[in-house]
Design a binder for this molecule. Structure first.
Ligand code: NIG
Ligand code: FE
Length: 395
């Protein structure tokens, strides 16, 4: 990264997505055409028509390209080691996805050194940044002992991951197969004590074959008592209690939301929990996509995220997820862009990212295209040409 000038302006933007309805066209995206923005000390100081931009120390002419808020990837699993290519290959030959594959990664992760874990994490963070992601959440969940979970979270914090989640309740590890309640007690007790200082969030995979409603509630409430905020892997593989539990506990987010009934949708619409949809997962497991349209039409706040992990969704690309969400989940290009930026920020309870209006962090992506719509109109094309984080341009 290079040194940022105290102020700089980005001018001649065909489209600027601010995600501030008080700006531009007044839509949820707050679109400004022929726009400029000014950055001061790593934050947005001004947005408006390019002809009215105040002077700055340095000016970058965007040449008619579009700028969008940096993507906020609110759900990933980057603290892992090992490879699951074979499992993916088998799946593409007709084998179903099951949570059991997680155990393969647990074994490899336990065997990996701290340096190996950190290197894998950093490689994926770099991939994400190059594709326009400027805020990342990542989780433990492949260590499943107090020691291995805590060291994964330490590695994340040391690498500068902004949002760190404790997921000791990813699956019951083989050594506790005969005593799942004993493992639940460990996750809600000694393991939580070791992990809570290193995390902001507590997550549970609430699913048949993982953790049931009572176990999930016990872990999430214990985490909450230690100052962590709940988020839940909910209703991914089957219909279950996860979404309603997330709403009941005022979790920041219920993630996956693939198998929902009307009561789940009503609960989400009435509560404060964001529904985080992970289309890379359905894509890579050949599963049915969540009904984004029904959620949006019911007034639920929807976020999009990659779920980047070696098992169910091995993509780090938010532009890919946007394109799939538009094509396969009936989201409009505007809704998908909002969900991948402002929606992710809501899912992480952040007000400083996911928007480009005065006071926000200067986290943005410049597209080699005149509009954000091209992210879904031109799937698979690497359109992100430049990325700024806190006003510093990525080298
Ligand atoms: O979000 N659902 C649980 N966890 C991950 C998958 C992890 C894996 O397969 O390794 C998910 O899809
Ligand atoms: Fe996940």
């Amino acid at each position: 990264m290079s040194q940022a000038p105290a102020t700089f302006s980005l001018t001649n933007l065909a489209t600027l997505v601010t995600n501030d309805p008080a700006q531009g066209d007044g839509s949820p995206l707050g679109l400004i055409e022929n726009a400029a923005l000014v950055v001061e000390d790593g934050h947005i100081a001004w947005v408006g028509p390019t002809g009215e931009a105040p002077a700055a120390d340095e000016t970058v002419d965007a040449g008619g390209r579009a700028a969008v808020p940096g993507f906020v990837d609110s759900h990933s699993h980057l603290l892992y080691a090992g490879d699951r290519t074979q499992e993916f290959n088998a799946r593409m030959s007709g084998r179903p996805y099951t949570a059991g594959g997680i155990r393969t990664t647990v074994q490899a992760t336990r065997e990996a050194s701290d340096a190996e874990l950190a290197a894998t994490l950093k490689a994926h963070l770099a991939e994400m940044a190059a594709q326009g992601t400027t805020t990342v959440e990542t989780k433990s969940g492949y260590g499943l002992t107090a020691e291995h979970e805590a060291r994964a979270l330490r590695v994340a914090a040391e690498a500068g991951v902004a949002e760190v989640t404790y997921l000791g309740a990813h699956i019951v590890p083989p050594e506790y197969a005969a005593d799942p309640d004993g493992y639940t007690a460990l996750v809600a007790g000694e393991m939580l004590d070791a992990c809570a200082p290193h995390a902001r969030w507590v997550d549970v995979f609430c699913e048949e074959g993982a953790f049931d409603e009572d176990q999930s509630r016990a872990i999430l409430t214990a985490g909450r008592a230690k100052g962590l905020v709940p988020r839940v892997h909910a209703n991914q593989l089957t219909h279950g209690p996860g979404v309603r539990l997330a709403v009941e506990l005022e979790a920041a987010s219920a993630d996956h939301c693939t198998h929902l009934n009307s009561a789940d949708i009503d609960a989400l619409a009435q509560g404060s929990t964001v529904a985080t949809l992970l289309p890379g997962c359905e894509f890579s497991t050949r599963a049915v996509y969540p009904d984004a349209r029904r959620l949006l039409d019911a007034g639920v706040t929807v976020a999009l995220s990659t779920d980047c992990n070696p098992g169910s969704s091995y993509t780090s690309s938010m532009p890919f997820c946007i394109a799939v969400a538009v094509r396969e989940m009936n989201m409009t290009p505007d809704e998908a862009l909002w969900a991948a930026t402002a929606g992710g920020a809501r899912a992480l309870r952040r007000t400083d990212v996911g928007r480009l209006s005065p006071g926000a962090r200067a986290d943005l992506a410049l597209l080699d295209a005149p509009s954000h719509v091209h992210l879904s109109y031109r799937p698979g094309v690497p359109l992100v040409s430049d990325v700024w984080q806190r006003g510093v341009r990525r080298a």
